[in-house]
Design a protein around this ligand. Structure first.
Ligand code: GAP
Length: 429
């Protein structure tokens, strides 16, 4: 964990936010590599959940919204954590996460637990009165429910169909912790899948399997993943059944994603609160019903952290230790690094020619600093699957060396066929 956190800061994946002011309450900024990795995680999710399906469409709903949504969804009443204060050192804790003693000073002299609402409250407009109260969304999900009728009308979908969204959510977590695992500002990737009620159990199983497979197919070993079904006492107020996809974090198995059978709770609640009919009319059968919802809800930032931890490795190459990120090529920030062997006047323009050839295909890095060995180490450490080296022979034979990150195996490839070669090895269509 410490190595990954260091690497993130040293190489430009994730920086503590507002660091020049001493940081700000467990918030983080995504640097030049982090923004690429996070985008690739979100793109991989979108590709599998929206692009490769004909039954799911996307939306991008507002972050700021009326309290009426959160009243209907139950968040105003129920989205709370039990909070206790330590009477000795005055630290605050989530009562359900500590063992009756203050983790800071060991005192067991704690206040009674009280409910603390996790939503961030603000005011929309210049007047800060009760009528102007608004909340930052604590989940993206409600955007899909309140747009159910809009999507149904405009896309002509029929159940089973889904609405997907990727975006920021905000929770005033009492104890943000473990780097970007639990933060107050984070990104979610959620999909609400609307189904005929009798099919809900079957689709719940389907999405549990599909979502487990997504993490495995992107390179997390199956042994570091598990699907854990919640028992009755753990279920949220809206859920009939929930299973978590969990990853083996350094502190043990913990949640990456929850898959929930939300029944007709949300559409029913918004229907009663807004007065709008949120149901599906099946013209073929003449039947009118409120669909049930299966929701796979993942954290993008948390998932990115799991991919980083899972990919981190150390090995030895020609008697030298190296650390590397064995990231799947689809997730790697840069897919290819173009490296002229030296800063030689003739090599750099040819290397730039190679870069220009590959850039339209995929995300490339270009590095002329330091000795070639050190540049390979750097690319290994940031997870770049391939390095393309332009050397003095390249000036004669118009070929380059392609080096693979994990095996360090090298092959010589003519510049002419390089784009096709890289397309194939990166598995690009
Ligand atoms: N719509 C249902 C929902 O939001 P959730 O289990 O509260 O369910 C879904 O959140 C996912 O969002 C979690 O599995 C986790 O990956 C991510 N997540 C939740 N709170 C988070 C936080 N404070 N920091 C980072 N990720 C978080």
């Amino acid at each position: 964990m410490e190595q990954v956190v260091n690497l993130c800061k040293r190489r430009g994946f994730i920086f503590p936010s507002a660091e020049i002011y001493g940081g700000f309450r467990s918030t983080y900024d995504y640097g030049p590599l982090g923004v690429l990795l996070l985008r690739n995680v979100k793109d991989a999710w979108w590709r599998s959940m929206v692009q490769l399906r004909d039954d799911v469409v996307g939306i991008d709903a507002a972050i700021l919204s009326t309290p009426r949504i959160w009243e209907a969804s139950g968040h105003l009443a129920n989205f709370t954590d039990p909070l206790v204060d330590c009477k000795s050192c005055h630290e605050r804790w989530r009562a359900d996460k500590i063992d009756g003693k203050c983790p800071a000073c060991g005192s067991s002299d704690l206040t009674e637990a009280r409910a603390f609402n996790l939503m961030f409250k603000t005011h929309a407009g210049p007047v800060e009165d009760a009528g102007a109260v608004a909340y930052l969304r604590p989940e993206t999900a409600q955007g899909m429910f309140v747009n159910f009728a809009n999507v149904l009308r405009t896309t002509r979908k029929k159940p089973p169909f889904g609405i997907a969204q990727v975006g920021k959510s905000f929770r005033n977590e009492i104890t943000p912790q473990n780097f970007v695992f639990r933060t107050r500002e984070f990104e979610q990737m959620e999909m609400e899948y609307f189904v005929p009620p009798p099919e809900a159990d079957r689709w719940f199983e389907y999405w549990c399997e599909a979502r487990f497979a997504w993490y495995r197919d992107l390179g997390i070993p199956e042994g570091d993943l598990r699907l854990r079904h919640h028992d009755q006492s753990e279920l949220s107020h809206y859920s009939k059944a929930t299973a978590d996809v969990e990853f083996r974090f350094p502190w043990g198995f913990d949640e990456l994603e929850g898959i929930a059978n939300r029944t007709d709770f949300d559409l029913g609640a918004h229907s009663s609160a807004s007065g709008e009919r949120l149901e599906y009319f099946d013209q073929a059968t003449g039947e009118r019903y409120v669909p049930h919802v299966i929701e796979p809800a993942a954290g993008a930032t948390r998932t990115m952290m799991a991919f980083l931890i899972s990919a981190y490795a150390e090995d030895e190459v020609a008697g030298e230790r190296r650390s590397l990120l064995r990231l799947d090529a689809r997730l790697a920030p840069y897919k290819v690094a173009v490296l002229p062997l030296s800063k030689n006047e003739a090599l750099v323009p040819l290397a730039r020619e190679v870069l220009a050839l590959l850039q339209p295909l995929t995300m490339c890095d270009f590095d002329v600093t330091q000795a070639i060995g050190r540049r390979y180490r750097r690319q290994d450490e940031i997870g770049t699957p391939f390095c393309v080296t332009v050397d003095f022979d390249s000036l004669e034979d118009r070929s380059v060396t392609v080096r693979e990150r994990d095996t360090t195996a090298q092959v010589r490839v003519p510049i002419e066929g390089l784009r096709e070669h890289m397309r194939e090895r990166l598995g690009l269509c």
